[in-house]
Design a protein. Structure first.
Length: 143
């Protein structure tokens, strides 16, 4: 190989290395920029998920807030009505209990006449009397 050919090859390799180095530096800078953006987006997602959790808890509390005790005044309770209403809504005892805010076994005892609801529980029963199946499922987040 002649010295001119060798010199051309060396120069070509040097220029190619220089170009590659310049492109690599630019790629690293862009990559770093994207990593920072991704990290910021992850932080924002985390904070938004926390906020959603807080809002869900508050919404859940609001959806199942204790009804006004005045609703229980003058309200009558019959075990058969509880059973009929639960069947009308096509809910399990557990779901119906969650709707009212009591345990499923409490619903079973009410339906079989073994116990009667307290005043606050009676107010909850009265507050859901006019619920449709769709509204009940919406409150339970099943729809």
């Amino acid at each position: 190989m002649t010295s001119l050919t060798k010199a051309l090859k060396d120069e070509t390799a040097r220029i190619a290395r220089k170009e590659i180095r310049a492109e690599a530096v630019a790629a690293r800078q862009i990559s770093g920029k994207y990593r920072k953006e991704v990290a910021e987006l992850k932080r924002r997602i985390g904070s938004l998920e926390k906020e959603i959790g807080v809002l869900r808890r508050h919404e859940g509390r609001r959806a199942f807030q204790k009804p006004a005790m005045e609703l229980a005044d003058g309200a009558r309770f019959t075990p058969n009505w509880v059973k009929t209403h639960r069947k009308k809504l096509a809910l399990s005892a557990a779901d119906y209990a969650a709707l009212i805010g009591v345990h499923a076994m409490t619903i079973y005892n009410w339906e079989h006449g073994r116990s009667k609801p307290r005043r606050s529980q009676l107010a909850a029963l009265v507050s859901i009397r006019k619920l449709s199946r769709r509204e009940a499922l919406k409150r339970l987040n099943l729809a």
